[in-house]
Design a protein around this ligand. Structure first.
Ligand SMILES: [Zn+2]
Length: 199
């Protein structure tokens, strides 16, 4: 476990009982963005805050669905390359795992919707901090949603995109169970009829 370890992560607090960590790579990444964007420091700060917010709502989306399934969320952590929601998923079936994987993108979509309702199609506000924050919550957010749905490791798409297949499997399993039950009932019924006839 890379975080939760005090040597490489800082606990910055907790949200609804979930400990939140900053990994050292996040701090380094933020410093690089601030240094590179120092000609417009406010914009750079807006970008870092916006990106962190997008990652946070993504991880909260996973956490919310996990909790709905009574799963245990252990921690949320920020890295330079994104975030991670750490949880115990042994009790989840493949369908539930797929729904949990969608939680991240759904969280991002919720943030996008709220930001869109507030700012609409307006892109420039004349304050570079606000412009960068809005860009992160809208344009960057959408790009990150697409990226997150790639069906390869370590992206959520790997589990999320199998949702239709998992729903179909669940449906087929239920149908098979129902058919078996019907057959048992019919056979039982026939046996009863047979018995009546014999008697
Ligand atoms: Zn995710």
């Amino acid at each position: 476990m890379v975080y939760g370890d005090e040597r490489d992560s800082f606990r910055i607090g907790s949200y609804r009982g979930i400990p939140v960590f900053l990994h050292w790579t996040w701090i380094l990444g933020a410093l690089i963005v601030l240094a590179v964007g120092s000609f417009d420091l406010l914009a750079a700060i807006g970008l870092v805050l916006g990106a962190t917010l997008v990652i946070f709502v993504h991880e909260l989306g996973h956490a919310a669905i996990l909790r709905a399934y009574r799963g245990r969320v252990l921690a949320i952590a920020f890295f330079a390359w994104g975030g991670e929601c750490r949880y115990v998923d042994e009790d989840l079936d493949p369908l539930q795992r797929s729904v949990v994987a969608w939680g991240g993108v759904l969280g991002q979509a919720a943030l996008f919707a709220i930001a869109w309702m507030v700012v609409g199609t307006r892109k420039r506000f004349g304050v570079s901090f606000v412009d960068a924050l809005v860009w992160a919550m809208l344009a960057m957010n959408v790009r990150m949603m697409v990226l997150n749905l790639l069906p390869v490791r370590p992206f959520d798409g790997r589990h999320a995109l199998s949702l239709p297949l998992q729903v179909f499997r669940r449906y087929r399993a239920r149908r098979t169970a129902e058919d078996t039950l019907k057959n048992v009932r019919r056979k039982g019924h026939l046996r009863l009829v047979g018995k009546d006839d014999a008697g």
